[in-house]
Design a protein around this ligand. Structure first.
Ligand code: SIN
Length: 285
């Protein structure tokens, strides 16, 4: 209990669970107030529940930056220089006439970087009337459902993560505003990370290989890796590991990439969807 009388348990009791193993939805809490006055409890709730949803929030750039900075080091997304005056805030914008969607394949954000973000903050600026959900999978629960042999293999084996696995040569990701020179030059990023990783703060292991970025296991060819990777990518999508976040304008969601994978659902052709995103390296790791 802190000086303002709010414990983690009482904070969590004000929220509705999203799924049996992850996610809490707050309808009557100001995220900015929690950041200022109950940061420890907020942070513990995020680490324990992996994803927090806040409705009817102030989603101004100034507010988003303030919240993100309290969580840790706000990272620059290499492919977009962000919105005006806020280089760390990336606008993900799908126009009514666009067919494809940004982040439509299951992934963990920016795992092709040597230091990928721990947290992502996503704020809904303009949502379709229906659809445009983001689906999440509990990669820790999915890991715990694997055989002991597979768990040991994944914790000991490295894999290769690349930024352009699904990107045609010479084609930049659409839906981003203000491309960086890196994006214009079609440069891609790659990194090696373990195929499953223990969370730095809780020690809980999670499947880290993800469909959008993982090309192969480091000690195997792409062809040799494919059957195991495809098994894992399918395994992660089992109903009992997944849940959908339904957006409304001015919803803010923060999630822990070390425990979850996600993708955006492409089912709202003809409508505009605009999101503001920040990626963060935890200040507590
Ligand atoms: C993302 O993967 O970063 C964005 C997800 C979304 O737009 O729902």
């Amino acid at each position: 209990m802190n000086s303002h009388g709010l414990s983690l348990a009482s904070l969590a009791s004000e929220a509705k669970p999203l799924a049996p193993s992850f996610g809490l939805e707050f309808t009557h809490q100001s995220l900015a107030n929690l950041v200022s006055n109950h940061f420890h409890e907020l942070y513990q709730a995020l680490i324990r529940h992996k994803l927090l949803i806040f409705r009817k929030q102030d989603t101004s750039p100034k507010q988003l930056i303030q919240i993100a900075k309290a969580m840790g080091e706000v990272q620059r997304y290499p492919f977009s220089s962000g919105i005006e005056d806020y280089p760390e805030i990336v606008e993900i914008r799908k126009e009514p006439t666009q067919q494809n969607v940004f982040s439509g394949v299951w992934h963990i954000d920016s795992t092709y970087l040597d230091s990928p973000p721990d947290f992502t903050l996503l704020a809904a600026k303009q949502t379709p009337l229906v659809g445009g959900d983001t689906v999440f999978s509990d990669a820790q629960k999915a890991f715990s459902a694997l055989s002991e042999g597979m768990q040991k293999f994944l914790l000991a084996e490295k894999a290769e993560y690349i930024s352009n696995k699904f990107q045609d040569a010479g084609k930049k990701a659409s839906h981003l505003v203000n491309f960086t020179e890196i994006a214009m030059a079609n440069t891609y990023f790659s990194a090696s990370h373990f195929a499953a990783k223990r969370h730095e703060e809780t020690g809980i292991p999670a499947i880290y290989v993800n469909d959008e970025h993982t090309s192969r296991f480091s000690s195997m060819s792409t062809e040799e890796s494919a059957p195991i990777l495809n098994y894992l990518f399918r395994h992660l999508t089992r109903d009992e590991f997944t849940a959908r976040v339904q957006w409304e304008n001015d919803t803010i969601v923060i999630w822990d990439n070390r425990g979850l994978q996600h993708h955006a659902v492409n089912d709202y052709f003809g409508e505009l969807r605009v999101m503001h995103r920040l990626i963060i390296r935890s200040g507590q790791r």
